[in-house]
Ligand binder design. Structure first.
Ligand SMILES: [Zn+2]
Length: 209
């Protein structure tokens, strides 16, 4: 048995600060319009706990304390010294992604190109022979990459099941049809890089396809 890792308010707010900075960046790209989108970071692995952006806030104006802590089901977990804000409704899928992939951070944005690409290619977006594939850990030549597309649902358990069925460990992103993009990485900066490269690749696919 691994001893439970201590989770302090300080660690939660440190994560909250990073989530706020990334949210402001993605808002600047137009990928988190209104209050849409949400970001998370794993704060302990055993037991699995995620710091996730709080629900209903402008993602361009978050502060380090606009954060909630959730369990593997996306339900809020009390941490001493952390005011109990409502986590994003999609926190359950973040936790499912982190549990299945081992990612340290998950990004969810309502990037328009992801929604348009999911509409055009509901069976998955095929990419190959383009240099930016290296940015998501794939090869620039002779590597067939499919960004999976799953149906949308308001039920995070159902969405999680569809994600699990579509998941390819080689591909760190999934499109939720008529909704947006999920991408992940070993930490928040890696998840940012994947998100930005995938969005570029989807723009490219739409431009040439
Ligand atoms: Zn969303």
């Amino acid at each position: 048995m691994t001893a439970p890792q201590p989770l302090t308010a300080g660690r939660v707010f440190e994560a909250g600060g990073r989530l706020a900075a990334e949210s402001a960046r993605f808002t600047g790209f137009g990928w988190m319009r209104g209050t849409s989108g949400n970001l998370s970071e794993v704060v302990t692995r055993e037991p699995l706990r995620l710091a996730v952006t709080a629900s209903g806030l402008d993602k361009g104006e978050l502060t380090a304390s606009d954060v909630a802590v959730v369990d593997p089901q996306g339900d809020p977990v009390a941490v001493e010294g952390v005011p109990p804000l409502v986590p994003s409704a999609e926190a359950g899928l973040h936790a499912r992604v982190a549990a299945l992939t081992g990612a340290g951070a998950v990004v969810h944005v309502h990037a328009l190109n992801a929604v348009v690409a999911g509409h055009r290619w509901p069976g998955g977006v095929l990419l190959r022979d383009v240099e930016t594939l290296k940015g998501i850990g794939r090869l620039a030549h002779d590597d067939e990459v499919v960004i999976p597309v799953i149906r949308n649902s308001q039920d995070m358990a159902e969405l999680g099941d569809w994600f699990e069925a579509a998941y390819d460990p080689r591909t760190p992103a999934v499109i939720v049809a008529s909704h947006g993009l999920y991408a992940w990485g070993s930490d928040l900066k890696k998840a940012r890089h994947v998100t930005e490269c995938v969005e570029w690749l989807l723009s490219y696919a739409l431009a040439v396809g």
